[in-house]
Design a protein around this ligand. Structure first.
Ligand SMILES: Cc1cc2nc3c(=O)[nH]c(=O)nc-3n(C[C@H](O)[C@H](O)[C@H](O)COP(=O)(O)OP(=O)(O)OC[C@H]3O[C@@H](n4cnc5c(N)ncnc54)[C@H](O)[C@@H]3O)c2cc1C
Length: 477
């Protein structure tokens, strides 16, 4: 039986291991922490259900829908309600709706008249030639500065806690990059993609139905995202997930990977035919000490945004009406918070009846030092913002929990190309070794699931080929 060791029991590691096990592999997951889930972590306190990591994901790849189908009634996928379609942007002292239709787009004070008119000529503007163009450069070139400041910048704060002038479009938002490169314009591309889908429906209904599984709907899990983690964890026997593995290192020799680690006070050695890492980039040199220094450097060049997430719960809400997904604060507004999610407005049972659960984000690549603030200093920053933006009274919330993430969201900037190349070279040099996790292939939960499915398939194919060529060699002998 083929044996695979998977490092990390976050969403990527669990998904990869699940599909490998399904394909007949003997799997062992080695996890440093004493729990599974990695960044996904649900907390339950005093009638509030809140997350310290991701809050919602999007069904943006068919693989996500298929995983949920696989898990069946072991998970209850909770779609966000209609309120979540409304997004607010802070400008000059108040919230404005992010326009969701042409009419609203014309009326909104978020964008300048010049840029609104300029948008009419977007389909006629030439595609960019620099493959490493940043998102800020691209948006300014195609849409104008006010769209960058009041649509793309807050959008990037919400997803990456990042800065559009540091993210390279083809890595950070590949779909947007491809729209321009393949169709010449965002607007033309959106229409053409739609008509391609209609053609596909007629010519290849099976493929069409597969693509349609990626319905772009926002999801959480009833009762919290850790229910997804629990359902996946439940697919393994106790001995298949080893928690609390310390000082883990790998040594490759003769097509075998030997993991050495400490577990429950003992040093253990474990051999396998294949090895998959799913940790952040910064952990890779510790786990794979045999890599060359230049390879390690190319991988650890990846910058992670540092984020402070504050869960705030009121048993009785008296602030502004919470009828939206939340509000984002553009960098141009120079405020202390990046954004506020109105979680109890679009997910069920997150706060006691009549109350509210908010999640406030601070820090990001522009203010990384915020993770070093004390709880008291963070509270001092957050409350005046809540008073101003959410109209809450001086009253202290019933729930206040502060979470600091020093390696929250990877920023796919200019170093991405050489990192991906280094990963490819390493994988070619050590067949059976795959370097996954968020150092490549996307930052969201949906990307992690897709990568897990893809890596399991890739590994299975590598070993199928190996077995076939070994069989034919034996027959020739
Ligand atoms: C604050 C925050 C908010 C987010 N918000 C969203 C959101 O709203 N929507 C969304 O889609 N995504 C969001 N994300 C991203 C999402 O959480 C991640 O993409 C996803 O959970 C990462 O899964 P992973 O398995 O790749 O990595 P991780 O969850 O980081 O798992 C890696 C695992 O490897 C383990 N590990 C590390 N080093 C070692 C070692 N040396 N030995 C053994 N094990 C090791 C870790 O303990 C961890 O369990 C957010 C992330 C953060 C931090």
């Amino acid at each position: 039986m083929k044996k695979a060791t998977i490092i990390g029991a976050g969403l990527t590691g669990l998904t990869t291991a699940y599909y490998l096990k399904k394909a007949g592999w003997k799997v062992t997951i080695l996890e440093k922490d004493t729990r599974t889930g990695g960044a996904i972590h649900t907390h339950r306190e005093d009638g509030f259900v809140f997350e310290s990591g991701p809050n919602t994901g999007m069904i943006s790849h068919p693989e996500v829908a298929e995983l949920f189908e696989e898990l069946g009634n072991q998970v209850e996928v909770e779609p966000a309600n209609e309120e979540a379609k409304r997004r607010l942007i802070w400008k000059e002292g108040r919230w404005h709706d992010l326009p969701s239709c042409m009419k609203a787009g014309i009326k909104t004070p978020l964008f300048s008249w010049r840029d609104k008119l300029r948008l009419l000529t977007e389909p006629f503007r030439k595609p960019g030639k620099n493959p490493d163009e940043t998102l800020a450069e691209m948006v300014k070139r195609r849409m104008g500065k006010s769209f960058l400041d009041y649509a793309v910048d807050p959008f990037i704060l919400g997803i990456y806690a990042g800065d559009p002038s540091q993210l390279v479009t083809r890595y950070a938002l590949p779909k947007l990059y491809n729209l321009e490169q393949n169709y010449g314009s965002f607007i033309k591309g959106t229409f053409k993609k739609h008509s391609e889908l209609i053609r596909e429906k007629k010519n290849d209904p099976e493929l069409y139905n597969y693509h349609k599984k990626a319905n772009k709907k926002m999801f959480s899990m009833a009762g919290g995202l850790d229910n997804l983690v629990n359902a996946l964890t439940g697919k393994f026997e106790e001995e298949e997930i080893l928690l609390g593995c310390d000082n883990l290192t790998i040594c490759p020799a003769n097509n075998i990977f030997t993991a050495k680690f400490e577990h429950r006070g003992e040093t253990k050695l474990m051999e396998s035919d294949a090895l998959i890492t799913t940790t952040g980039a910064h952990e890779v040199p510790n786990i794979l000490p045999f890599l060359r220094d230049d390879e390690k450097q190319k991988i650890t060049n990846l910058i992670y945004a540092k984020v402070v997430q504050v869960a705030i719960g009121y048993k009785e809400w008296r602030g502004i009406p919470l009828k939206a997904f939340g509000g984002l604060v553009p960098s141009r507004e120079h405020r202390d918070v990046l954004g506020v999610l109105f979680l109890s407005a679009f997910l069920k049972n997150r706060a006691p009846k009549g109350g509210a659960l908010l999640s406030v984000f601070l820090g990001g690549v522009r203010n990384p030092e915020m993770v070093n603030l004390t709880d008291e200093e963070i509270e001092k920053l957050v409350f005046p913002e809540l008073q101003k933006m959410m109209m809450v009274t001086d009253r202290k919330p019933e729930l206040l929990r502060i979470f600091r993430h020093t390696h929250a969201i990877p920023q796919y900037g200019v170093s991405t190309g050489e990192r991906i190349k280094a990963v490819e070279d390493i994988q070619n040099h050590f067949p059976g070794l795959l370097l996954g996790g968020n150092l490549r292939d996307g930052i969201g939960m949906a990307d992690r699931i897709k990568q897990g499915v893809t890596m399991a398939k890739e590994l299975d194919e590598i070993f199928e080929k190996k077995a076939t060529s070994q069989n034919s060699e034996i027959q020739q002998d």
